[in-house]
Design a protein. Structure first.
Length: 261
């Protein structure tokens, strides 16, 4: 029988604001709003599935169930992961609540990180902060003699989504730990993007020359030793991205199979 998607849970959670030295928590700051704040969110346990016939994927975490009531969480995750796409087809004027952004950052900080360094740093850029970011990066292009069209594009490109999140990784005690920290932050970003997909948001992970910009680093208040890993665009979708044909991942089994005949 064909399984059906149903909404499965509500989350009870509370936010508290610990002292600056009370780690671990996802260190984040809002740019373009009056206050910067650090937030640690304690997510509650999942409740039992709700009796519902809604056939949707966004707005909440989903579980795959069949008529017998059995639950297959992996199918739910596969659905969300397969729906995650890079897209800037968003409404730039429709706001995203602070609560939702904070939840996404909190869940992203569940990513694995060696030696529990909790290396992620988040900067939430909204409102006028987006235009200020564009002006800062336009100065980089002016100094290098870039064409006027490219400069104007830099001034407006960050207005394409209502929320941008700059994400950086802290340096480690040695090059190996620094590399591991960056890997952990990349995992955190993917977790955040999957959470955004579950919440019906479109997302786009941007990299490129801006990641090494001193002005971007200063604008966000990152340390000189931090590595900027990406600028994330988030917004409510106004269209679907074009289809993509993903090749099967290369995989090779080494050793004796653990399957029983």
């Amino acid at each position: 029988m064909v399984p059906r998607l149903i909404t499965s849970m509500t989350q009870s959670w509370k936010a508290r604001y610990p002292p600056e030295d009370s780690l671990p928590y996802p260190r984040s700051a809002r740019i373009g709003q009056p206050l910067w704040k650090n937030l640690w969110i304690d997510l509650g346990k999942l409740n039992a599935p709700c009796p519902s016939d809604l056939l949707r994927v966004g707005g909440t975490v989903l579980r795959m169930t069949d008529p017998s009531g059995s639950v297959d969480p992996l199918s739910s995750f596969e659905t969300i992961a397969s729906l995650r796409r890079s897209s800037l087809r968003v409404d730039p004027d429709r706001a995203i609540s602070d609560e939702l952004i904070d939840r996404l950052i909190a869940v992203s900080a569940t990513a694995p990180n060696h030696r529990r360094t909790f290396p992620w740093r988040f900067r939430i850029i909204t409102g006028e902060g987006r235009a200020e970011l564009g002006e800062a990066l336009a100065l980089d292009l002016i100094e290098t003699g870039q064409p006027e069209a490219k400069i104007e594009k830099a001034r407006s490109k960050y207005l394409r989504a209502p929320v941008l999140i700059a994400v950086a990784s802290i340096a480690g005690e040695d090059p190996t730990m620094t590399a591991e920290n960056r890997d952990a932050v990349a995992a955190a970003i993917q977790t955040l993007l999957l959470g955004a997909t579950a919440a019906d948001l479109a997302s786009y992970w941007s990299t490129g020359a801006a990641m090494t910009s001193v002005r971007l680093r200063e604008f966000c208040g990152f340390d000189e030793t931090d590595t900027i890993v990406g600028l994330l665009y988030l917004g409510w979708p106004i269209g679907d991205p074009p289809p993509i044909d993903r090749p099967a991942p290369e995989s090779l089994r080494i050793g004796t199979s653990t399957q029983t005949p």
